[in-house]
Design a binder for this molecule. Structure first.
Ligand SMILES: O=C(O)CCC(=O)C(=O)O
Length: 312
């Protein structure tokens, strides 16, 4: 369904935005579902296996940062993931056999939604080839002011940057050390119902949402079925049978396609994976600010081990 020039744009720039791809009725359904999850946080004291709470959350004033593995906890998010609205363009980019890596719904709510420090998804889960991407479904209108995804075009063709701090993997990189110029970052802005697709190696992040408009982004991270996770990455396989339950379309294989791709393994893992936020706060050169009283940014903590195991 993608035009040749869109495929070419993705190959050279490392991202694509398809405006108003998802029908309004499905976005409305997804937003109703999201409201239900936010209400579930009322009365909660701490994050659990489904909801990741903002550090400024109070049980009487719920603040959710992320719904973890939305496709597992909601038939609505599962059905959307398996729909042609999502899979059709993905197949055009990485082939007919597609496997889910993981999913999450990042809320970035008005006024306080946490930033995500610069990183490459590939730093968390390198594979034998880089047909690895993330589809973002914009549940709200995304403008420059409410924390859009920021992407460095073309950075998927470069190196894998150091995502370590104090000897441990911390899931975030120093932009200053990378040599990338912040002025070159592109904001992926579009109306609700649009989707973005970004390559697993592209450098990206997003700022705090200080605006008055929410910015919920539903992310489905996918790989070609013959892209095989490297040992040491944040990828749980279990048995082949378990692993293949994540195939969204196409055929199983036990013949990984090997390509010459740059790899820097996310090891050693932080000692206490459950408190990866703690480790990320230790990153000395943060790009994005924190709001007073709010604990630092959330450099892709969704990719923590516990959650990924659940995805398996
Ligand atoms: O929610 C966002 O703004 C960014 C999410 C992201 O980069 C990620 O989860 O890898």
């Amino acid at each position: 369904m993608l035009r040749a020039e869109q495929i070419d744009f993705y190959r050279t720039q490392g991202y694509l935005v398809l405006e108003r791809r998802i029908p309004d009725s499905l976005i409305a359904e997804a937003k109703d579902e999201l409201a239900r999850f936010i209400e579930m946080a009322r009365g909660m004291e701490q994050s659990d296996s489904v909801l990741d709470l903002e550090s400024s959350h109070r049980s009487d004033a719920p603040r959710v940062r992320r719904v973890k593995l939305p496709h597992k906890v909601s038939p609505v998010f599962d059905a959307l993931m398996r729909s042609e609205w999502i899979l059709e363009p993905v197949r055009d980019l990485i082939g007919n056999s597609v496997r889910l890596h993981t999913s999450k719904l990042n809320l970035k709510s008005a006024g306080y939604g946490a930033a995500v420090e610069w990183h490459q998804d590939w730093a968390f889960y390198p594979h034998t080839n880089d047909d690895v991407l993330a589809v973002g479904v914009m549940l709200d209108d995304v403008g420059p002011e409410n924390g859009p995804l920021l992407i460095f075009p073309g950075s998927h063709q470069g190196e894998i940057f150091d995502h370590h701090a104090e000897g441990y993997f911390c899931g975030a990189m120093s932009l200053a050390k990378s040599g990338l110029d912040p002025a070159d970052a592109v904001a992926l802005t579009a109306p609700a119902g649009s989707i973005s697709i970004h390559h697993g190696r592209v450098v990206h992040g997003s700022d705090l949402n200080r605006s008055t408009r929410d910015r919920a982004l539903l992310l489905y991270e996918m790989t070609a079925v013959d892209a095989w996770p490297l040992q040491g990455s944040f990828s749980e396989m279990g048995t082949l049978e378990d692993y293949d339950t994540r195939i969204l379309c196409g055929d199983s294989t036990i013949a990984p396609r090997l390509e010459s791709v740059p790899v820097r393994l996310p090891i050693p893992k932080p000692q206490d994976v459950a408190s990866i936020y703690q480790v990320q706060r230790g990153l000395s050169e943060r790009t994005f600010d924190v709001i007073e009283g709010q604990v630092g940014s959330a450099a892709a903590p969704h990719k923590d081990q516990a959650e990924n195991q659940a995805a398996g």
